[in-house]
Design a protein around this ligand. Structure first.
Ligand code: MN
Length: 289
């Protein structure tokens, strides 16, 4: 998605603006355009056969936005890489020795989703610790309940880079619910684009990396996830039906650490792409953290 929430298809260094192929009524609710695209992908894809029929813009001339600015639901898997478990010591809330396989999943507010050009905003004046978590974003295509692992990849629309920003607890002092600490606005950047699943034959073959100011902080093989993408889809859909456009955050590998105002955070995943986000301070709020 780009500029004022238009839909584009990236082809090399150009973007074909295909917004004109969507129903006109979505102009009054552009946040829902990507949910419509995902839900109607089979028919829409046929209309996109000749991209030359659509206006073309240079990729570096557009403002990239969240790949889906209004996912119906935003799920996340905790403690999903063995080497990450334990590194948070007394800032961890997943019990010692437990992983995503035990803790299953949690929710972030969908409103925390932001795009590559939005940056990361830390709560105004806060002295708390805010950490980056380098994750794969899985975007659901066909929804459903009780999806079995062996069928789960048929329900994936595509993949994107996702940063799960987190305000850490301080034991005995600040112990807010996890959903609050991970739901500040801009705490779920997704981008730079949504890569459809047909372009990612095997997500476990990919590597992810996260840099803070050019220092490599996280580097992982997605094959090392404890709860795989198909298993995550099975366990979430066993509780609540998945919907087209939902996003699942994969869980972070080791190397999480603090970011501060003025830092630049860069996430990259093979095949999926890369995005760099500037960290700055949010406007003052009536409830400081
Ligand atoms: Mn996470």
């Amino acid at each position: 998605m780009f500029d004022d929430l238009r839909i584009g298809v990236v082809a090399g260094e150009r973007v074909a603006d295909v917004t004109g192929a969507l129903p006109e009524l979505l102009a009054s609710w552009p946040e829902q355009r990507m949910n419509w695209v995902i839900r109607n992908w089979a028919e829409l894809q046929a209309q996109l056969g000749d991209l030359d029929a659509f206006p073309s813009i240079a990729l570096d001339a557009v403002r990239l936005r969240a790949v889906n600015p209004a996912p119906p639901q935003l799920f996340a898997i905790p403690a999903n890489f063995h080497e990450h478990i334990g590194e948070l010591a007394d800032r961890a809330i997943t019990p010692k020795g437990k992983s995503g396989a035990d803790a299953r999943f949690f929710l972030k507010a969908a409103g925390s989703v932001s795009g590559p050009s939005d940056g990361i905003l830390l709560p105004n004046g806060s002295l708390r610790r805010f950490d980056h978590e380098c994750e794969l974003g899985v975007v659901i295509g066909v929804g459903g309940a009780n999806i079995r692992q062996e069928d789960a990849l048929d329900h994936v629309f595509g993949y994107t880079c996702l940063i799960d920003m987190t305000m850490r607890i301080e034991k005995g002092k600040f112990e807010e619910d996890r959903s609050l600490r991970k739901s500040f606005q801009t705490f779920t950047p997704v981008g730079p684009a949504l890569v459809t699943a047909d372009e990612v034959p095997d997500v476990t073959a990919l590597r992810s990396r996260l840099f803070v100011n050019d220092d490599l902080r996280q580097s992982a093989h997605l094959a090392d996830m404890i709860v795989s993408v198909p298993e995550a889809i099975e366990l979430i859909s066993s509780v609540v039906a998945l919907q087209p456009g939902d996003i699942i955050a994969s869980g972070t590998p080791k190397g999480v650490g603090p970011v501060g105002i003025g830092d630049c955070v860069r996430i990259e995943i093979d095949t999926i792409g890369a995005m760099t986000l500037a960290v700055s301070e949010a406007p003052p709020s009536p409830r400081p953290f």
